[in-house]
Design a protein around this ligand. Structure first.
Ligand SMILES: Nc1nc2c(c(=O)[nH]1)N[C@H]1C(S)=C(S)[C@@H](COP(=O)(O)O)O[C@H]1N2
Ligand SMILES: [Mo]
Length: 528
């Protein structure tokens, strides 16, 4: 009876062996990724692969539920999945050898595939996962072999397939000690090597340090900020969104790190001549200031996925002129170092009256890494996913008929002008406000056209035009406010805008897919 029960603990130790095998796999892969191919970390590659294949509603759910932490949650879940899968491999290796090692090798092959098929994968990218797989398999084999020897010593009737030396009863307990010694040494080395390699990968030659010491030339021309451009109201969005508060949306699991010294922009496709530009070439064109408000297609009515910045950059039309655009082209496919692509109508980039730019600075500093360092696109009037490519590396002049961008096969329109909108910032929904005179305030944007007027309606009252801040330009959002004599109870505050073409903001509600939300924001405000 006692023996029967003690057989079970070997299952637990087999699971631990599996987890150690998995840890060795990842640690060795991280070490060789550090040495040969930074981009070849299996966990990150598999994570990136998952991001690209999960269905859109799931991605939206992740963004809505976890917000800025969506990627951490993904990494955590992947880590948990790896632990569980490795434990199962360990158990399989004990009860049905060599199934456990076979499972580990299959996982290794799959992660190698995920790595080498990623955009911009270096030539040696296969090396880290392959070496990791070999090391992990050897450790798993060895550990389970020790475990079997130990089990054979304790439960002689289960001694099938155990080598002779284990059977010729070594001193009592020696097999157990051998198992634990191999487990402890390999487990501890895996943790030390894995954690250290990842840490070094993330800090050495840090692009953050390069960015911090980068001195950009000053602007040839500055944006004039008119008197009254910014209202001073508590709870109202700042006219320029501080970089640390600026919304971030992208598919990059880890922020790409690009040294401006090695950065190149290629302009090719339907051009007279292919052009390659360095970061210095771009700076040498001279930088101008541009105030442009960015909006994400995933922004819900009343949502936070919009922000305004003062960019420093060069007009895209001048950059494209260097290559010479051939007739027949109608789209520019911009590509990022991480494989992301966006399709922008060529006309939006060549129009003399539209400030489509390559930006190198944001609110007075080089682009933050999360916002596309060293170079990104910013195009007024188009949602970010079709225009605002971060970590830009290539502009391919092409046609909508020939090429497709990242989001197009994933349920979003190939072309997506921003649906102009207005938002209430304060009073904030759900937070009770005291009765009396309080400001109702928010922002409204109609990039490239401009906001003519913002109107507010309280309960069943009339739509009333409110006070607007003095617009900087048509590409920048405006702030608006009105004073409200709030009476106790619950009230509905609705807001809508009219653009400079005289169009009224669309009343009908639309979801974010396929080309952006619409509808008037109507909020319930509690007054006490
Ligand atoms: N390389 C890359 N660029 C990208 C994206 C991306 O996923 N990858 N997302 C786009 C989307 S959907 C938006 S709304 C803007 C957001 O820019 P921000 O993160 O600087 O606010 O970047 C665009 N540029
Ligand atoms: Mo977006």
């Amino acid at each position: 009876m006692a023996k029967r029960r003690s057989g079970k603990r070997f299952i637990a130790w087999a699971a631990l062996s599996g987890v150690i095998g998995g840890a060795v796999f990842l640690a060795v892969a991280e070490l060789f990724a550090l040495l040969f191919a930074r981009a070849a970390s299996p966990i990150l590659a598999v994570g990136g692969f998952v991001i690209d294949i999960v269905p859109q509603p799931f991605k939206e759910f992740a963004i809505a539920t976890f917000g800025e932490y969506d990627k951490l949650v993904l990494l955590g879940s992947l880590g948990l999945a790896v632990v569980i899968a490795s434990a199962i491999a360990g158990i399989l290796q004990l009860i049905k050898p060599p199934l456990g090692v076979v499972a580990l090798i299959i996982a290794g092959v799959l992660s190698t595939a995920a790595i080498v098929t990623r955009a911009g994968a270096p030539a040696l990218a296969f090396l880290p996962p392959v070496l990791g797989t070999i090391a992990g398999s050897i450790v798993l084999l060895l550990l389970v072999k020790r475990l079997r020897a130990w089990r054979a010593a304790v439960l002689p009737e289960r001694a099938e397939g155990v080598s002779a030396d284990a059977e010729t009863a070594a001193p009592k307990g020696i097999d157990r000690r051998r198992f634990f010694m191999v487990a402890a040494i390999s487990g501890a080395s895996a943790v030390v090597v894995g954690v250290a390699s990842r840490a070094v990968s993330m800090t050495v030659g840090s692009v953050e340090a390069i960015r911090d010491s980068l001195k950009l030339p000053s602007a040839k021309s500055k944006v004039t900020i008119p008197e009254g451009a910014e209202l001073d109201i508590k709870g109202l969005s700042k006219l320029f969104t501080p970089n640390k508060d600026f919304y971030r949306v992208d598919t990059a699991l880890t922020v790409p790190t690009i040294d401006p010294a090695t950065w190149r922009l290629t302009i090719d496709g339907m051009v007279d001549q292919k052009v390659e530009m360095s970061f210095q070439d771009l700076l040498d064109m001279g930088l101008d200031e541009y105030s442009i408000t960015l909006t994400c297609v995933s922004n819900e009515v009343g949502g936070e996925l919009a922000g305004n910045a003062m960019w420093l950059g060069v007009p895209l039309r001048d950059v494209l002129k260097k290559a010479g655009v051939k007739s027949g082209a109608d789209m520019v496919l911009s590509k990022s170092v991480d494989g992301y692509t966006a399709s922008t109508p060529l006309s939006a980039l060549t129009d003399d009256n539209l400030d489509a730019i390559l930006a190198v600075a944001m609110n007075g500093e080089p682009l933050p890494a999360e916002h596309g360092f060293p170079v990104r696109m910013v195009v007024p009037g188009l949602y970010g996913y079709v225009s605002a490519t971060k970590w830009l590396t290539e502009l391919k002049v092409t046609t909508f008929a020939k090429d497709e961008a990242y989001w197009t096969p994933r349920g979003y329109s190939a072309e997506a002008p921003i649906k102009f909108s207005s938002r209430l910032d304060t009073p904030s929904i759900g937070e009770a406000v005291p009765a009396g005179k309080i400001p109702i305030a928010g922002v409204a944007w109609a990039q490239s056209v401009g906001i003519e007027r913002v109107e507010v309606k309280i309960d069943e009252g009339e739509w009333t035009a409110v006070t607007m801040s003095t617009p900087i330009n048509d590409d920048t959002w405006v702030q608006w406010f009105m004073e409200w004599d709030a009476t106790p109870g619950t009230h509905y505050v609705a807001v809508r805008a009219v653009n400079k073409n005289g169009d009224l903001q669309i009343e009908e509600r639309a979801p974010i897919a396929p080309d952006g939300s619409s509808g008037w924001q109507r909020s319930l405000i509690r007054v006490t």
